[in-house]
Design a protein around this ligand. Structure first.
Ligand code: CTP
Length: 399
């Protein structure tokens, strides 16, 4: 498995003779599929040129905190936000001292001070600078702040001396970073989003169009996901159901609010759309209560289809998109139609004409329709047991 694929690495190059090694590091990480943005300090430019760095990284080089053009395009906060990790290589004695004192007088130190990302320092300096008590003190401080160090190594130095202070070779840096990414993916917490319940589509300040959905199946799914360690967001239309405290509950009323909340909760690894979203809303909501007449004309227009929008989105689409189909007849045909038309990975279908299951019941019986035309049935059981089974299938799929 390639642990570098699409990883975003911000490389800060400081002024030291070993800066040339960072060029090799960029070349090698790029080859493995990482995206690299670089910051050059003023003195780094004495050792490597912005042109060679940008040619290798195939990205523009950032080098001046006060460059208006760079700040509007990608400011110091965005640079940190963009990155998965930050590597400072070579990290000179001066940079280490600046970081440990919280100084921020150039782009490199400002980004580091403003960042909440994991930062690797790859020191390179003369042996006596490395052994100086003030450098040692700075190291202790930075380790306590959570910075990681790679090297330095013992060996011959560019200054003609021998000792500890040599910058680690790019291959070693790469190995250490790879271990970090590997551990990260092992401990990764999956994120899940569930929509549930009905929506209220207002026609005037006191009346709305809604449906019979109780939200029970969606709430049970959110509970099962959270129990299995998913970081779970539940976007719920109006219901009277209670929710576990580990679940991030977002209460909404209308389809439009549900749509906005869903967009704001992405990205996630799996999204389950169990809400019975009102397909239509009033074209115009009367500001005043509508008075009794013999006849009124209600003009409705289509609501945005949340599931359809998200599952067809280029960048926001979760790895696994699951839709629901509540049908009274032709369950298989209609479910497969929804699966294809809405570009879902799975459709969970239930027969709402059966009084024992569906809507307000605590029990359900579902069929799961998959993209590869396979289907599976989970027979009559509590909504909570059904949810546990569905979540097992989700975990198998994600792994
Ligand atoms: N859905 C959605 N946003 C909408 C409408 C539906 O996200 N505006 C989702 C539901 O949460 C569910 C699936 O789409 O996962 C249901 O599809 P839908 O076509 O709405 O089903 P029905 O309304 O039952 O369609 P029809 O009335 O045509 O059977």
């Amino acid at each position: 498995m390639n642990n570098f694929l699409n990883k975003k690495i911000l490389l800060i190059i400081c002024g030291g003779i070993s800066a040339y090694k960072s060029l090799e590091l960029i070349r090698s990480l790029k080859k493995k599929g990482a995206q690299i943005k670089t910051i050059l300090t003023k003195s780094a430019k004495q050792f490597v040129t912005p042109l060679s760095v940008s040619s290798l990284s195939q990205e523009k080089v950032y080098d001046d905190l006060f460059s208006l053009e760079n700040e509007t395009e990608m400011d110091h906060i965005s640079l940190s936000r963009w990155s998965d990790i930050i590597i400072v290589a070579p990290a000179t004695a001066n940079t280490i001292a600046k970081i440990s004192s919280g100084s921020s007088d150039d782009l490199a130190s400002t980004v580091i001070l403003a960042s909440n990302k994991h930062i690797f320092l790859v020191p390179a300096m003369n042996v006596r600078m490395w052994e100086h008590p003030s450098t040692k003190e700075n190291l202790v401080k930075l380790k306590n702040y959570g910075f990681s160090f790679i090297g330095p190594e013992i060996g011959d130095m560019a200054c003609g001396e021998f000792g500890e202070g040599k910058m680690s070779e790019p291959k070693i840096i790469e190995e250490k970073i790879e271990i970090y990414f590997k551990n990260l993916s092992k401990n990764k917490k999956y994120k899940a989003l569930v929509t549930a319940g009905p929506t209220h589509e207002y026609i005037d300040p006191v009346r709305f169009i809604s449906n019979k959905s109780s939200g029970k199946q969606g709430y049970a799914l959110a509970k099962s996901l959270s129990k299995k360690g998913f970081e779970t967001t539940l976007i719920s239309g109006p219901t009277s159901l209670k929710v576990e405290k580990d679940i991030n509950l977002i209460k909404v009323e209308t389809a439009e609010e549900m749509f906005r909340a869903t967009q704001n909760s992405l990205p996630v690894d799996v999204a389950i759309f169990s809400a019975a979203v009102g397909d239509y809303k009033a074209k115009e909501i009367s500001k005043e209560k509508i008075k009794k007449e013999d006849k009124i004309n209600l003009v409705l227009e289509k609501n945005v289809d949340i599931l359809n929008y998200i599952s067809n989105h280029n960048s926001l689409r979760p790895k696994l998109v699951i839709g629901f189909a509540a049908e009274t007849n032709n369950l298989e045909n209609y479910s497969n139609k929804k699966l294809n038309e809405k570009n879902c990975d799975w459709i969970i279908a239930n027969d709402v004409s059966n009084k024992k299951i569906g809507f307000d019941s605590d029990f359900n019986e579902i069929s799961i329709f998959y993209k590869n035309s396979k289907k599976e049935k989970i027979s009559y059981k509590s909504k909570s047991d059904i949810s546990d089974e569905v979540v097992e299938k989700i975990i198998n799929h994600l792994n």
